[in-house]
Write a protein that binds this ligand. Structure first.
Ligand code: BTN
Length: 223
């Protein structure tokens, strides 16, 4: 794993910030190239649906702004590219993490979340990894992580992953799925057994022994 500076983006490091995501959104017009925003301490981070994101200076919190061409029909794929990049980086450190589509990473419980905004051809991706919460787990694996270095490694992995074939990314996300073969309760469907995601963004599942498929964008898995 290399921590050398990646010329494909610039780095802005803030000692203290309310939210790296808010900072990125408010200053978007000033970033003429891909920009990684890291911080020593984030005081008022937020997650999807404006939920509060755990505030601890041990946790990793950063936002990565990058240009990426996509079509509305394919934009949902970006979530899987990001999930692969983040999960693979954590696995490279020896953590047996899995992806809970489309935006979370699990190690028994949720340890990382991804927040995706999109404005004028730019993706603004906020990532939080709870290093402090699972500190014992991390100590067991012998990981020693410097936060800004880890953010750099993830940003580099994201740019590398974005040039991969979607079929390869999809296969990785299916093989590393936290939900595969799990029974979950879904509003409107009841209890289902989750199977794989297909190329069109449909989630396959078993219900009463029969296989069905539903578009992932029309519902979210709660568990
Ligand atoms: C989620 O699981 O709901 C997504 C959580 C995203 C949290 C990160 S921490 C860095 C960036 N700044 C924020 O305020 N939120 C994101």
């Amino acid at each position: 794993m290399s921590s050398r500076a990646d010329v494909r983006y610039q780095l802005i490091h803030l000692e203290e910030v309310d939210s790296t995501q808010r900072f990125a959104l408010e200053n978007l017009g000033l970033f003429s190239k891909n920009t990684l925003i890291t911080c020593t301490s984030q005081k008022a981070g937020y997650g999807r649906q404006q939920s509060k994101w755990l505030d601890s200076s041990k946790n990793l919190a950063f936002t990565f702004v990058f240009n990426h061409q996509t079509t509305p029909a394919e934009s949902h794929r970006v979530a899987l590219y990001l999930a692969k990049a983040l999960n693979q980086t954590l696995q490279d450190y020896g953590l047996e993490t899995l992806i809970k589509w489309p935006n979370d990473i699990y190690l028994q419980k949720k340890i990382a979340g991804i927040l995706i905004d999109y404005r004028d051809g730019k993706f603004i991706v906020g990532i939080g990894v709870n290093l402090a919460e699972d500190f014992e787990q991390y100590e067991k694996t012998g990981i020693e992580v410097e936060k800004t270095q880890l953010a750099r490694i993830i940003a580099t992995k994201i740019l590398d992953t974005l040039s991969e074939d979607y079929s390869k990314v999809l296969e990785y996300c299916n093989v590393n799925s936290y939900l595969y073969d799990r029974e979950v309760e879904v509003k409107g469907l009841g209890l289902i057994v989750v199977k794989h995601l297909d190329e069109s963004g449909n989630l396959h599942y078993l219900k009463d022994g029969l296989e069905h498929a539903i578009n992932m964008t029309v519902f979210s898995l709660k568990k």
